[in-house]
Design a protein around this ligand. Sequence first.
Ligand code: TA6
Length: 317
Amino acid sequence: MGHSAAVWDYKVANEITQDWNGNPQVVLRNPHGALVRVSLHGGQVMSWKNEHGEELLFTSNKALFKPPKAMRGGIPICFPQFGNRGSLEQHGFARNKVWSIEESPPPLPPNDSNGKSYVDLILKPSSEDLKFWPHSFEYRLRVALGIDGRLSLISRIRNVNGKPFTFSFAYHTYMSVSDISEVRIEGLETLDYLDNLSQKERRTEQGDALTFENEVDRVYLSCPNAIAVIDHGKKRTFVIRKEGLPDVVVWNPWDKKSKAMVDLGDEEYKYMLCVDGAAVENPITLKPGEEWMGRLELLVVPSSFCSDHLDLHKAYF
Ligand code: TA6
């Protein structure tokens, strides 16, 4: 199976291995030793390591690596729905399908390739899929690792023909943190959110950075295009930049829910936090031939680089 050659000043080749289920897994590397693993099962980023070999994404020690269940961790793709409405499975089927590598996708802007190691994946509905979601789409996903170790995910979803369809979306991003009590999020202050713990009631966030003392399951609405997740314990900040993703899902199951989940250790809630670039409040409708793009970029910087310097409201792409 071929794969998109790394477009690279350093000509570092990507490699294809197999994951624990025998599913093909693409490994992206940069010349400083940073690494990303992407499984063709679900188009899921399974691992993102910095140049010191530190894992930046959370993966449960009790994860079930058995299709059709998505692995608990990494960055599962939630499409064509985020949540569990209607007949579709929770968070949609894309994360439970086998994707393919696309050698020559429609081009992206040069910036999305130059100096990066990347792979282009594609998902199209099978005749079986069309029976329960009768919409002809092409979903192209580029996963790229930059020279500075940043991770980019670019989704392009196109309505190929037929009738308009509507979807909601999230990059369900499990961040690895030192201890949830050491973490705060900046950029969501004063925003409205839907509280999934109170029948999606609309509430307003108070004025300070978001910290964590118990279960949180919220969709923050109309968020800035940059969010900072500061981990005081590890002295590092995840900078999340996004485009086409107005909302941010924040989820930590805390102790009770963790104990109830077969694929999450009882104490593991302490070491993870989901902060997802998403489009949930206003699902996206595509007419035939229209295409939607949702970009996510994750960068880890030393926490001394505090969010004041991040200019959370400017456009980044
Ligand atoms: O808001 C995030 C959420 O919808 C939570 O309610 C929880 O269900 C989480 O996603 C994980 O969902 P999953 O289907 O991956 O177990």
